[in-house]
Design a protein around this ligand. Structure first.
Ligand code: HEC
Length: 159
């Protein structure tokens, strides 16, 4: 348990670092429409993020906060280790084996459903009921505003 705890701490620290790093880059990146001499134009265009990224970074940060606040990270690691539930690391796009023997691609719809209706599809090797018991009282918070989008965006950011 202490080893897992310290790995989670390292993972969390790394995640915070990445979020801050991306935020700094986004803040410092110059706008694409700046007229510049040809010599510096290449550098400027490389540093300019595609539009929409600042919103995504904020959504991911919100999801990270929620995952801590709602207690998700007591059962889910972000570093690849299984705690009580499956790790979130690399979940997005992965082929997930289910307890009924079928396989599903972890797209956004699957991740959303896994959060609001955890017992609908059970990951192979895990028991039903464990997550439901922990999150059913928090569904109001999860479903309010863009919290569910934020949780999904955060989980999908954990490559
Ligand atoms: C008490 C432990 C526990 C808590 C707290 C918990 N989960 Fe889970 N979670 C599980 C278990 C066990 C599974 C695997 C069984 C299943 O598929 O439902 C799971 C499955 C998942 C999956 C699917 C993972 C995969 O590999 O397909 C997602 C996504 C998920 N949880 C998100 C969340 C979020 C978001 C929260 C917080 C709001 C949360 N969980 C809170 C135990 C927990």
């Amino acid at each position: 348990m202490p080893r897992n705890a310290s790995r989670i701490a390292v993972g969390a620290a790394a995640a915070v670092f990445i979020v801050v790093f991306v935020a700094v880059i986004l803040v410092m990146a110059p706008g694409g429409s700046n007229p510049r001499p040809a010599a510096t134009a290449t550098t400027a265009s490389v540093a300019t993020p595609p539009s929409g990224q600042p919103d995504q970074a904020a959504l991911i940060a919100q999801g990270k906060d929620l995952a801590a606040q709602l207690g998700c990270i007591a059962c889910h690691s972000t570093d690849g280790s299984s705690v009580v539930g499956p790790t979130w690391k690399g979940l997005a796009g992965r082929q997930v084996e289910l307890a009924d023997g079928t396989t599903v691609t972890a797209d956004s719809a699957y991740i959303r459903e896994s959060i609001i209706d955890p017992d609908k599809q059970i990951v192979a090797g895990f028991q039903p009921g464990i997550m439901t018991g922990a999150v059913q009282n928090q569904l109001a918070t999860i479903n309010s505003g863009n919290n569910l989008d934020a949780l999904v965006a955060y989980i999908e950011s954990l490559k």
